[in-house]
Design a protein around this ligand. Structure first.
Ligand code: FNR
Length: 183
């Protein structure tokens, strides 16, 4: 069976991030031939085009993680109706130098959770816009707009029973999407 590496990018640096909990719950639903690893983005410097020809260690590590991955999985909070700056910063780093984007052609999935009912939907829509420009085939449906509820995540790290079938269906679609689009 072919093995697939997934690079996971969480748009929150917060210790108790709901988005990290959500993506970890999704990873638990993936088949055994998928291995998913979170790529740190908190130590990236603010993107500066002057440094394109001398990327620091954190930037090189980010680009290598993306390059080695068969697919990307983004979990984003919504900050003021868009994606957090740290996430956009990471995306900009991975996209440069011009013509050497690490993102191009990589299949992607987008999920998110927020405390509000819109469930990070507007942030996800903004992210989709960016990913389209970066030439990343991104799974369209189902959309994952989760609202935080007490007890949503069980102590084991699984999502609670009432949301599990939905997240499993998303994961199955994502797995098929990566399998289809991975080079
Ligand atoms: C938020 N939050 C938020 N929620 C939302 O639904 N729409 C929004 O526009 C915003 N804006 C916003 C801005 C900033 C600066 C912060 C810190 C928060 C609330 C947000 O959804 C909530 O803090 C989530 O818990 C953030 O995700 P993590 O860190 O738990 O993954």
């Amino acid at each position: 069976m072919t093995s697939y590496r997934i690079a996971v990018i969480v748009g929150s640096l917060r210790r108790e991030s709901l988005n990290r909990q959500l993506v970890n719950a999704v990873i638990r639903l993936m088949p055994s031939n998928f291995s998913a690893t979170q790529v740190p983005i908190g130590d990236l410097p603010p993107y500066n085009q002057d440094d394109d020809d001398k990327p620091g260690e954190a930037v090189q590590r980010l680009k290598q993680s993306i390059s080695l991955a068969h697919g990307l999985l983004f979990a984003t909070p919504e900050y003021n109706r868009s994606i957090p700056g740290v996430l956009k910063n990471a995306i900009d780093h991975g996209s440069r130098p011009y013509g050497k984007s690490a993102w191009a052609g990589k299949p992607a999935g987008v999920i998110g959770i927020s405390v509000g009912a819109p469930g990070s939907s507007m942030a996800q829509q903004h992210l989709r816009n960016v990913l389209a420009y970066l030439d990343m085939p991104t799974l369209g449906q189902p959309e994952v707009f989760m609202q935080a509820q007490p007890g949503l995540f069980e102590p084991s790290g699984d999502v609670q029973e009432s949301s599990r079938a939905f997240l499993q269906s998303w994961t199955d679609r994502y797995v098929a999407w990566v399998t289809k689009h991975a080079a």
